[in-house]
Design a protein around this ligand. Structure first.
Ligand code: NAD
Ligand code: AHE
Ligand code: ZN
Ligand code: ZN
Length: 378
C-alpha cells in the first residue's frame, strides 16, 4: 500500500485550548509502531464526553489534542507484531482496551483493561510515550486512545474491534460508545430482571439506550426523568413508559419517584453527569435491594454524597464504563446484533454533517432535538 510506512498528512479537528472552537488543520500522522494500528476514520459521532473534555473540566484533558471516540473506519496499516487486524479490515476503535492478558482482563470481574490505560490517560502511545500526531513538528495529544476527529488515527492493537465488513460504518460508529454503554449498564452492570421497575435520569443517547436495554430485559415500568420534556416523544419509541419532569414538581425528585412506585424503583440509572442527580437516583431506589448505576461523567472536583443509612438499608451504588462490555470481544457481537435488527442504532442518529462542520455539530448537541450527530470524514 502506497501510504504504508509513510507519514500521512490529513485533516483533523484540533482542540488547541479548552472551549476554543476546534480548528480543522493539516495534521501529520506517523506510521504505526510495534503493536499499533493506523486507521482511516470514515465516520465519527460526537459524544457528550468529548464536550466534557473540551470544556476543560476533565482532569485528564490535555491540550492541544484531537478529541473523538465514537467512530468506525478501515485499517490502513499495522505495526510490527500486530496479528489480529490487517489493512482493509473494517474496525471500531475502542477507548476501553481489551488485552486479554492483564490482571483486569483475566479477573473475570471487570471490562476495564490495564495494559495501555496509563498512556491513553496522558495522551500518548505506550511504546515511546509520544504522540503519533503533529503539526509542523508540534506534538498534538491523543485522546482516550482513539482521537477519531481525524481522517487517520493511530491506536493500540488492544483497542481495535474488527467487525463484519457488511455493516454500514456510518451507522455502527455509534457502537463505539453511547449505545453499548446504555445497553450494557442494564444487561451487564445492573442485570435487570423481568418485571423490574426502572428509573432513568437523563434521556440523551445513553439514557435511551438504557431504556432499550431495560425493555429487552423485560422491565415492567420504565420511568424517564428529564428537565427537557421534548425528549419524551422520542423516548417512548425506546421503551420509556412514564415521564417525569422535575420542574413540574415541588418535592425532591427522589420523593416523587418513591411515591409513584410504592417505595422506590428496583434499578435507577444516572445518565447526565450531575452529582446531585446521582444522589436522587440512589435515593429513589427501593429499601433493601434497589440498585443505582452511575453512567454520567462528572467534572473534576465534583463528589457524590448521601447518608450512609441509604446503603446500610440495602441500596447499592454502582458505576459502569462502556456498559461493562469487553470491547474487542463484544463490539463485533453488538454489530452482529444490529445487523440482525436485534438492537437499534439508526434511530439515535438525528444529524449528519461533514468534519468541517464539527463546531456546528457541537452546538447541535446542546439542543434538545439532537441525539447523535455523525460526521463524514472524507
Ligand atoms: N460511563 C460511560 O462509559 C459513559 C459512556 C458514554 C457517555 N457517558 C456519559 O453519560 C452522560 C450522558 O451522555 P449523553 O450523550 O446521553 O448526554 P446528553 O447530554 O445527550 O443527555 C443528557 C440528558 O440529561 C438531561 N438533563 C440534564 N440535566 C438534567 C437534570 N438535572 N435532571 C434530569 N435530566 C437532566 C438533558 O436534558 C439530556 O436529555 C454524559 O455525562 C456522558 O459523558 C458515560
Ligand atoms: N478522564 C475522565 C474519565 C471519564 C470517564 O469516566 N470515562 C468513561 C468513558 S466516557 C465515554 O463517553 C470511562 O470509560 N471511564 C473508565 C476509564 O476511563 O478507564 C475523568 O477523569 O473524569
Ligand atoms: Zn462517549
Ligand atoms: Zn487487559
Amino acid at each position: 500500500m502506497a501510504t504504508q510506512g509513510q507519514v500521512i498528512t490529513c485533516k483533523a479537528a484540533v482542540a488547541w485550548e479548552p472551549n476554543k472552537p476546534l480548528a480543522i488543520e493539516d495534521v501529520q500522522v506517523a506510521p504505526p509502531q510495534a503493536g499499533e494500528v493506523r486507521i482511516q476514520i470514515l465516520f465519527t459521532a460526537l459524544c457528550h464526553t468529548d464536550a466534557y473534555t473540551w470544556s476543560g473540566k476533565d482532569p485528564e484533558g490535555l491540550f492541544p489534542c484531537i478529541l473523538g471516540h465514537e467512530a468506525a473506519g478501515i485499517v490502513e496499516s499495522v505495526g510490527e507484531g500486530v496479528t489480529e487486524v490487517h489493512p482493509g479490515d473494517h474496525v471500531i476503535p475502542c477507548y476501553q482496551a481489551e488485552c486479554r492478558e492483564c490482571k483486569f482482563c483475566k479477573s473475570g470481574k471487570t471490562n476495564l483493561c490495564g495494559k495501555v490505560r496509563a498512556a491513553t490517560g496522558v495522551g500518548v502511545m505506550m511504546n515511546d510515550r509520544k504522540s503519533r500526531f503533529s503539526i509542523n513538528g508540534t506534538p498534538i495529544y491523543h485522546f482516550m486512545g482513539t482521537s477519531t476527529f481525524s481522517q487517520y488515527t493511530v491506536v493500540h492493537d488492544v483497542s481495535v474491534a474488527k467487525i463484519d465488513p457488511i455493516a454500514p460504518l456510518e451507522k455502527v460508529c455509534l457502537l463505539g460508545c453511547g449505545v453499548p454503554t446504555g445497553l450494557g449498564a442494564v444487561w451487564n452492570t445492573a442485570k435487570v430482571e423481568p418485571g423490574s421497575i426502572v428509573a432513568i435520569f437523563g434521556l440523551g443517547t445513553v439514557g435511551l439506550a438504557v431504556a432499550e436495554g431495560a425493555k429487552s430485559a423485560g422491565a415492567s415500568r420504565i420511568i424517564g426523568i428529564d428537565i427537557d420534556s421534548k425528549k419524551f416523544d422520542t423516548a417512548k419509541n425506546f421503551g420509556v413508559t412514564e415521564f417525569v419532569n422535575p420542574k413540574d414538581h415541588d418535592k425532591p425528585i427522589q420523593q416523587v419517584i418513591v411515591d409513584l412506585t410504592d417505595g422506590g424503583v428496583d434499578y435507577s440509572f444516572e445518565c447526565i453527569g450531575n452529582v446531585s442527580v446521582m444522589r436522587s437516583a440512589l435515593e429513589c431506589c427501593h429499601k433493601g435491594w434497589g440498585t443505582s448505576v452511575i453512567v454520567g461523567v462528572a467534572a473534576s472536583g465534583q463528589e457524590i454524597s448521601t447518608r450512609p443509612f441509604q446503603l446500610v438499608t440495602g441500596r447499592v451504588w454502582k458505576g459502569t464504563a462502556f456498559g461493562g462490555f469487553k470491547s474487542r470481544s463484544h463490539v463485533p457481537w453488538l454489530v452482529d446484533k444490529y445487523l440482525k435488527k436485534e438492537i437499534k442504532v439508526d434511530e439515535y442518529i438525528t444529524h449528519n454533517l461533514a468534519l468541517a462542520q464539527i463546531n456546528e455539530a457541537f452546538h447541535l448537541m446542546h439542543e434538545g432535538g439532537c441525539f447523535r450527530c455523525v460526521l463524514k470524514m472524507a
